[in-house]
Design a protein around this ligand. Structure first.
Ligand code: ITT
Length: 198
């Protein structure tokens, strides 16, 4: 079976991607499993280009087809912040997910509710020869001031789905994957992978 490298260092993402690509005829591997550690700076201004930077750098280094995702939370009362800076949106370096959620809520406190928001995910498949393919997914919702649920990662405990009456962290993982920004991006990517990695 061909091997597909998943270029992420985020264990929550890796878990979701592994389950979203289940059943495809590839062996998945990670930079850690290959002993690769690149410091790819996410210098672009779009999710798509940041995903491409990560995927292309690892494809070149590993000589393997490589999938990367760049994702973020856009909060409308904050004019789309933290957006592509979601992983770095914090009062100090190396903040935990919980500290980033608290910082987001501090920033939102002066704004009237509802705090409408969306998760965005851009996924990029890069081949070692330089060819690339992209997909994208979005999940609308709203931010709430109290944490609910213990599943997922990142901003999931404060991302509320009004039509379901729960947060993303209250959903079982397979349910999150069915509706999430990453689930939608990777659903479209499954067909591309099936064609390109024969
Ligand atoms: P890699 O670049 O190594 O994949 P990362 O965490 O730095 O890992 P991103 O640059 O794409 O990844 O940052 C995305 C951030 O957006 C992530 O760290 C979370 O804080 C948030 N995020 C993205 N998808 C999420 C999800 O499904 N649930 C909760 N938070 C999410």
């Amino acid at each position: 079976m061909p091997t597909l490298l998943i270029a992420t260092s985020n264990p929550g993402k890796m878990r979701e991607i592994t389950s979203l690509l289940a059943g495809l005829p590839f062996d998945l591997t990670t930079p850690t499993a290959l002993g690769l550690r690149l410091d790819v700076e996410e210098t672009a201004h779009t999710y798509r280009e940041n995903a491409a930077l990560k995927a292309a750098a690892y494809a070149l280094e590993s000589n393997l087809p490589t999938l990367a995702d760049d994702s973020g939370l856009e909060v409308f009362p904050l004019n789309g912040l933290p957006g592509i800076r979601s992983a770095r949106f914090a009062p100090f370096p190396n903040a935990t997910d919980a500290e980033r959620r608290a910082y987001l809520l501090e920033n939102l406190a002066p704004h009237p509710r509802p705090w409408r928001a969306q998760f965005v995910c851009a996924s990029c498949l890069a081949l070692p020869g330089g060819e690339k393919r992209y997909t994208r997914g979005i999940l609308p919702g709203e931010i709430i001031p109290e944490e609910r649920g213990g599943n997922g990662f990142g901003y999931d405990p404060i991302f509320y789905l009004p039509e379901r009456g729960c947060t993303l962290a209250e959903l079982p993982e397979d349910e999150k994957n069915r509706i999430s920004h990453r689930g939608r991006a990777l659903e479209a990517m499954r067909d591309i992978l099936a064609h390109m990695l024969k």
